[in-house]
Ligand binder design. Structure first.
Ligand code: STX
Length: 315
């Protein structure tokens, strides 16, 4: 059975100024002489967590984690300016160059999978392997499913709380209604919207939701960056050229060893998306977890991810 590695501290932490405005926070853990891997967190705006270090054998891997622009310990906090998918792709290259890494394994779930695809399709020669989970391609149908009409039918109780904040006249376009409040000048308006937005996602991420997770999503510090940055990216279609961009450019990466780990009962990023991706990418190793939701801590997903970080440590 594959289970988490013991908790470890980073062996090195530092800041990197990636633009006049943004400074990002990075850390390295595991074996400094190990195989390099970069961890792309979700959201966007979710930030990194200590437990993410425990998915990689610390003797085999040199793991690089960082807080994407505007979240976690990166600064300025919750900043939306100069914050696009392509800024993040450029940051990943800056990090790689700064650390003197030639090629690395790219690990990302949910929004992390979107970013992993955008990065690897831009810089395929830098990728040794891809470990992707809970696939999210930011297509209109996916956003509509989660923020307008879809997941609402599975979690009507949590949905009511997400709706509560928005007057009926504005409910025809909830993304727009939330964007307006998340970018309001009044911090109280922003925060109330941020908490409701984040709690909705926290309530739907696991097959068996737990209070610990909800507490984290409801914390104002986490919620403000998470909700503002997510809503900013989603309002702008992920800054993609077209909504099928990541499917259309699969030729650029099909030669790279890659696995998709997908929970059958993922309500945040339903399996249709992973299915469409594997449909244009027959080379990918497609692993469906029959009894899992969205979160990377779902037992079957966790075990499969660790199986693959172990397997790919030999590539
Ligand atoms: N957002 C999905 C996503 O990337 C639509 C995501 N969901 N939860 C997370 O990320 C965190 C666990 C990082 C908070």
């Amino acid at each position: 059975m594959n289970h988490l590695f013991p908790p470890i501290e980073p062996f090195n932490e530092f800041k990197l100024q990636v633009s006049d405005l943004h400074e990002i926070h990075l850390q390295q853990s595991g074996n400094p002489a190990g195989k390099p891997a970069v961890f792309l967190h979700g959201g966007p705006g979710g930030g990194i967590e200590p437990i993410y270090r425990q998915y990689f054998d610390p003797e085999k891997w040199r793991l690089i984690l960082f807080d994407q622009r505007g979240c976690g310990k990166s600064k300025p906090f919750a900043e939306l300016r100069e914050n696009t998918t392509w800024d993040l792709v450029a940051d990943i290259e800056k990090i790689r160059e700064q650390l003197g890494i030639n090629r690395w394994t790219v690990f990302g779930g949910s929004w992390g999978s979107t970013l992993a695809l955008a990065y690897s399709q831009s810089h395929p020669e830098r990728c040794t392997a891809l470990i992707l989970r809970g696939i999210f391609l930011l297509r209109k149908s996916e956003l509509n499913w989660f923020y307008q009409d879809g997941a609402s039918h599975i979690f009507p109780d949590a949905w009511d709380k997400y709706l509560e904040l928005i007057p009926e006249t504005e409910r025809g376009d909830l993304l727009a209604a939330y964007y307006k409040r998340l970018t309001d000048d009044d911090p109280e308006v922003r925060l109330a919207a941020a908490r409701a937005w984040s709690i909705w996602e926290g309530s739907t991420s696991k097959l068996h939701p737990n209070k610990l997770l909800l507490d984290r999503f409801g914390k104002s510090q986490f919620a403000e960056a998470f909700a503002r940055i997510e809503c900013h990216y989603f309002t702008n279609g992920g800054f993609l050229e077209s909504e099928d961009q990541l499917l259309d450019n699969i030729d650029r990466i099909r030669h790279i060893p890659a696995v998709i780990v997908q929970g059958r009962y993922d309500v945040v990023c339903p399996m249709t998306t992973a299915w469409d991706l594997q449909g244009v990418w027959p080379e990918v190793d497609f692993q469906v977890i029959p009894d899992a939701g969205h979160s990377m801590s779902e037992p079957g997903i966790l075990a499969k991810l660790i199986e693959y970080t172990n397997k790919y440590s030999d590539l």
